[in-house]
Design a protein around this ligand. Structure first.
Ligand code: AMP
Ligand code: ZN
Length: 472
């Protein structure tokens, strides 16, 4: 096992070795469910999935934790505006997150802890920080004293001369200009009670800040020191710096050993996609525009290395779909192929070579685009060999094995939905019959069944039309 990962802490690609042989503990910062995830968020989540798959392919067992942040400044604001509780407010967005993950074929992780279900763990950690002098109460809020943590800023290589000791910032999100003591706990405001966002604590009634959530939940599921922590680059500062400060100060132990950060997805204009900035695209938008979630998956993981920026465009999605089609067609062709009498030794050698190159690319800090590049070269050569009937039993098996290994990361095979159109048309016809017979319950059931399979029906003057939507 020679997996190398780029560790933000060291700034170098290091050979990965877990604390406990054979087992990896990993925490990846999940969604803040104040809205639908945009494609930029999805890039980060798919990167976590790629990392997970490569760890599994390397033979490790894994405990992977991905939090669901169901309380933060924005969720509170939104719930207040909507006149509902935070719990009710986030429900559809939590459901949408899991639908997106399914549609994009991410592997389920071991734990999806929700912040509001771990308030006691957060209170315990804040209590320890106050006891140890790393935090203080100010007018009902609790702040982390960054002066008490000399290593503050090591992850993002922060210039500590910018630190403003004693100055305080209450917002969950802020930039380097405002680096100063940050909020662990925010005193309950009258509105907080109404939206169900206030809890009792020894230091006063209130609610947690965003950063303490991840420190408390990673400790609960992975312990004080664990192997990998990851998130998008925008989380490096302040979120991850704050997590390190809170955890290491409270536990007196090192926190995560390896930190991985994935780059941004930008929109067509080259700007970082962001929910706050307004112009963002969701998976629903893309699916509504006719894109296959599997093509979106391929685009997000295979078209750029995770530490490179990637730009979303219709052309890029179309070419990703085309690449998926090529891989699938090739796989189907090999499966169907009747083995030739002889073997082409040169082809078998090439398959071995490409397999080694593919593994090497993935071991080199998850360079899937490079690995896939090797595979596409081979596909051209192997197609030629199939044309000329040069692929024997062993050659065919070697190709099938390679496809299986590559699809362990890509996961684009299957679900090609051959016959989908016919099946949908048949159900639409059945629904029409039911309607004519005034059996509306049955008609509705058919519509619902299709909706759950990701097909939406639209009654138009030309008859019933259907399109793909995210299933659910
Ligand atoms: P949030 O839901 O805002 O907490 O973000 C969830 C994840 O998406 C985090 O890991 C962010 O770093 C990541 N993220 C946010 N915007 C982008 C973007 N434009 N491109 C890639 N990742 C992003
Ligand atoms: Zn986090």
């Amino acid at each position: 096992m020679t997996l190398k990962l780029h560790n933000t802490l060291t700034g170098t690609k290091d050979v990965f070795e877990p604390l406990q042989p054979g087992h990896v503990g990993m925490y990846t910062c999940g969604p803040t469910v104040w809205n639908f995830a945009h494609v930029g968020n999805l890039r980060a989540f798919l990167f976590y999935d790629l990392l997970r798959r490569q760890l599994l392919a390397s033979g490790y067992q894994i405990t992977h934790v991905m939090n669901v942040t169901d309380i933060d400044d924005r969720i509170l604001d939104q719930a207040m505006h909507a006149g509902t509780t935070i719990l009710e407010y986030v429900k559809p967005f939590v459901a949408a997150f899991f639908e997106d993950m399914r549609a994009l074929r991410t592997q389920p992780v071991e734990h999806y802890p929700r912040a509001t279900e771990h308030i006691p763990e957060m209170i315990a950690m804040i209590t320890t920080l106050i006891k140890r002098g790393n935090a203080y109460v100010a007018d009902g809020d609790v702040y982390f004293r960054i002066d008490s943590f000399p290593r503050y800023g090591a992850l993002s290589h922060l210039d500590r001369s910018g630190l403003r000791a004693g100055a305080r910032v209450a917002a969950d999100k802020y930039d380097k200009e405002s680096v100063s003591d940050f909020a662990l706990w925010k005193k309950a405001q009258p509105g907080d009670e109404e939206v169900g966002a206030a809890w009792d604590a020894p230091f006063g009634r209130g609610r947690p800040g965003w950063h303490i959530e991840c420190s408390a939940m990673s400790k609960r599921y992975l312990g004080e020191t664990f192997d990998i922590h990851s998130g998008g680059v925008d989380l490096m500062f302040p979120h991850h710096e704050n997590e390190i400060a809170q955890s290491e100060a409270a536990n007196g132990k090192p926190f995560a050993r390896v930190w991985l950060h994935s780059e941004f997805l930008s929109d067509a204009t080259g700007e970082k996609m962001s929910k706050s900035a307004g112009g963002f695209t969701t998976l629903r938008d893309l699916v509504g525009a006719g894109h296959d979630p599997v093509a979106v998956r391929f685009f997000l993981i295979a078209n750029a290395h995770y530490r490179q920026r990637l730009r979303l465009s219709t052309e890029a999605l179309h070419s990703a779909a085309e690449q998926v089609r090529r891989v699938r067609e090739f796989a189907e062709r090999v499966q169907r192929a009747r083995p030739a009498e002889g073997e082409d030794g040169e082809l078998i050698r090439r398959v071995g070579e490409v397999r080694a190159a593919y593994r090497q690319a993935l071991d080199d800090d998850l360079n899937l685009p490079q690995g896939v590049g090797h595979v596409f070269e081979l596909i051209r050569e192997a197609n030629a060999a199939l044309d000329e009937d040069r692929v024997g039993v062993n050659g065919r098996q070697a190709l099938l094995d390679l496809i299986e290994e590559v699809d362990g990361h890509l996961d684009v095979m299957g679900g090609g939905e051959p016959g989908l159109a016919e099946e949908v048309e048949r159900l639409i016809a059945e629904r029409e019959d039911a309607r004519k017979a005034r059996d509306f319950a049955r008609a509705d059931r058919i519509r619902e069944e299709l909706r759950q399979r990701g097909i939406a029906l639209e009654d138009s003057r030309e008859g019933v039309r259907w399109r793909r939507v995210t299933p659910g």
